[in-house]
Write a protein that binds this ligand. Structure first.
Ligand SMILES: [Ca+2]
Length: 428
């Protein structure tokens, strides 16, 4: 190709020179140039040719470049054409082979589809299995419900029974009821001397004909004893004819019962620990003052028992005044919303219960119910010993399982002797 350009350039050069000469715009210097036969009569000298070439070289170069570009374009076009030919040939070849390829592609695509469908089917099968499981579960539930429905139908055919049986005999307390012939323990109405209305109590009537009026019962922690003044005043929890529930009879009722007669009462406290051991403590001349005196607790003396006299306080070893400040005789009643204690704070509020708080207690039967007995500062509210405590029997970090507070006229407790009372309790 370079050679071709060279020849072309030469031809162009000659034609350009002749054209210029003919136009007469070139006047070569005779002094500088020697005639050269090669150029004939029109002179130009080799120098003139050189000058000419020098003057026209840029144009020639430009034109040569242009030519080169043109030629390159031609070459490119040629090459493009060749490529097209090759492409067409290939296309032809491919066209000949195309049919099998299409089928391969199509079949491959179909395989993909099949795989996809298979996945979808597996997923749907799982869903169907799940739905079948749910369906089966529902069917089972339906069967259960039908059975329950049948049982309920059967029950409804039987006449309804009043499951709470209230005894008909009434009296001023449970001993009075026992004296009038009441022989079974259960629910009775009593009307103490100064009571405006009779109210329901649980009477525990034993084989000696003694009628105990029950004031408090803990047995399973089913009732929350974290209550306020009004609730402790009126009573809370549940009375049951078979002594299966927990309750606080109420400070007002306790007051009315305990002050009604010239014959003083004995308060008996019975306790059961988590090992099944049973102990009791009796207090003579038990009285609860009126509300105006904040239901103050008083008794004459510790009447006996095997649980020890925790109402008299307990020396915990923390302070010399422990025993004095944990005694209960003469204490007013405190509740979380009413502070009548000897402590700068409110014991009842800090411990979450109502009681005849001092600063605060050695005995506390309305404490929090701790299943299992043992508890720690971490378990308790504000780190206080707030369980069901009888410090002369178990540690203050041991909460009792069951408690009962009940009263009986003092002249009846001797029926069969004090020991018989113990024996009776042991037989429960
Ligand atoms: Ca206080």
């Amino acid at each position: 190709m370079a050679q071709f350009i060279h020849v072309g350039a030469f031809i162009l050069l000659l034609s350009t020179i002749s054209t210029a000469q003919l136009r007469g715009d070139y006047t070569p210097s005779q002094e500088q140039c020697n005639p050269n036969d090669g150029f004939g009569k029109y002179c130009p000298t080799t120098c003139g040719v050189a000058d000419y070439l020098h003057r026209y070289k840029p144009d020639v170069d430009r034109q040569l470049d242009q030519m080169e570009q043109d030629l390159e374009e031609i070459v490119n076009l040629t090459r493009g054409a060749q490529d097209k030919v090759v492409y067409l040939k290939d296309s032809e070849t491919q066209a000949q082979k195309q049919s099998p390829d299409t089928y391969i592609k199509k079949s491959s695509s179909m395989l993909d589809d099949v795989l996809r469908f298979e996945k979808s089917i597996v997923a749907q099968e799982d869903q169907i299995n799940q739905l079948q499981t749910t369906l089966q579960a529902n069917a089972n539930k339906m069967v259960d419900l039908k059975q329950m429905s049948l049982q309920l139908d059967q029950m409804c055919k039987e006449p309804c029974k009043d499951t709470v049986e209230i005894q008909t005999i009434t009296g001023k307390d449970c001993q009075d009821i026992a004296n009038k012939g009441g022989k079974v323990s259960g629910l009775y109405y009593v009307k103490p001397a100064r009571a405006l209305e009779p109210f329901l109590v649980y009477c525990e009537i034993d084989s000696f004909g003694r009628g105990w009026t029950v004031l408090q019962r803990r047995r399973d922690g089913s009732v929350d004893f974290n209550k306020n003044w009004i609730q402790y005043k009126e009573g809370f929890g549940y009375l049951s004819p078979d002594d299966r529930t927990e309750f606080w009879l109420g400070n007002e009722k306790m007051h009315l019962l305990s002050v009604q007669s010239s014959v003083p009462y004995v308060l008996r406290i019975e306790m059961v620990d988590w090992e099944g051991n049973k102990k009791y403590a009796d207090y003579a001349t038990f009285k609860i003052g009126p509300e105006i005196d904040a239901y103050r607790l008083t008794y004459a003396y510790y009447f006996g028992g095997d649980a020890g006299d925790a109402f008299d306080g307990f020396d915990f070893g923390d302070d010399p005044s422990d025993k004095f400040y944990t005694s209960h005789n003469g204490m007013q009643f405190s509740s979380p919303d009413k502070d009548n204690d000897k402590f700068q704070e409110n014991c009842a509020l800090e411990e979450g219960s109502g009681w005849w708080m001092n600063r605060c207690h050695a005995a506390h039967l309305n404490g929090k119910y701790y299943t299992g007995g043992k508890y720690t500062e971490k378990d308790s509210q504000n780190g206080h010993d707030n369980g069901i405590i009888w410090a002369t029997w178990h540690s203050r970090w041991y909460s009792l399982k069951e408690t009962t507070m009940k009263i009986i006229p003092i002249n009846r407790i001797g029926a069969g002797g004090q020991q018989s009372g113990v024996k009776q309790f042991g037989d429960i």
